[in-house]
Design a protein around this ligand. Structure first.
Ligand code: DGL
Length: 245
């Protein structure tokens, strides 16, 4: 099977890594819209427009499925993409919510973090409420995105940013509702003293694809092809580093 992975930039490599680690496809075409990242501060119409343009790009490949690694795209544009795509389009929000329902008790306090687009769309909140989760705190935490892009995965600046956003919150679970956040999951976990369950979009989507029969593990590591709307060489270099870690 051949899959497409779409992200606003390099962040979706965290989702790609989960797919690769589980050998889920024979070939994966990754496209990052690096010329127009970040999507998180943009409005719904802009995110839909950019996502539909990316969809056109993927029509050049004979893909069996398109995965939108980007939470901001999954929050605002998934339906519009599904309506016109000639292949199934799967976002990361529903898989994230399903991962919660399997692991977390409905009375638990759940903290949802993501970009402004993801949090303001209320997609996670509404879906979780439908499943009986009402003890929710949803917080945009956009400063984590540039920190991760600067490869600040620990240390003082990250600690101060976590203090700024989290204060003395004590959630039972945190939904890492942004492609970048798995790269600082160790720091987030230790901020909450290791008791908190973290929900990671990449791991959630692997579970979702396997359960729905949308992907089968292959016997070999998938072949990867990288494309970017700006500086594809930089994306490839980051991919080499992040996919190894
Ligand atoms: N990929 C985005 C997301 O998961 C984060 C970066 C951006 O704002 O474009 O929401």
């Amino acid at each position: 099977m051949r899959a497409g992975v779409f992200d606003s930039g390099v962040g979706g490599l965290t989702v790609l890594k989960s797919l690769v680690d589980h050998n889920l496809f024979d070939e994966i075409i990754y496209f990052g819209d690096t010329a127009r990242v970040p999507y998180g501060p943009k409005d719904k119409n802009t995110i839909i427009r950019y996502s539909l343009e990316a969809l056109e790009f993927f029509k050049n490949f004979d893909i069996d499925i398109l995965i939108t690694a980007c939470n901001s795209v999954s929050a605002y544009a998934i339906q519009e993409m599904q309506e016109v795509a000639p292949f199934p389009v799967v976002g990361v929000i529903e898989p994230g919510v399903m991962a919660v329902t399997k692991r977390i008790d409905p009375d638990s306090l759940i903290l949802i973090i993501g970009t402004n687009a993801t949090i303001n769309s209320k997609r996670y909140q509404k879906m979780l409420q439908k499943h009986g989760y009402n003890n929710l705190i949803a917080k945009p935490t956009p400063l984590f995105v540039p920190l991760v892009e600067e490869e600040i995965f620990s240390g003082e600046i990250l600690e101060a940013t976590m203090r700024h956003y989290f204060g003395d919150l004590k959630p039972d679970a945190v939904i890492l509702g942004c492609t970048h956040f798995p790269l600082i999951q160790d720091a987030i976990k230790s901020y909450f003293h290791h008791k908190t369950t973290l929900i990671h979009s990449g791991e959630a989507i692997v579970e979702h694809l396997e359960q729905r029969g949308l992907a089968k593990p292959s016997t070999t590591t998938p072949t990867l092809k990288f494309f970017a709307s700006e500086n594809p060489e930089k994306l490839k270099k980051i991919a080499q580093k992040w996919l190894k870690s």
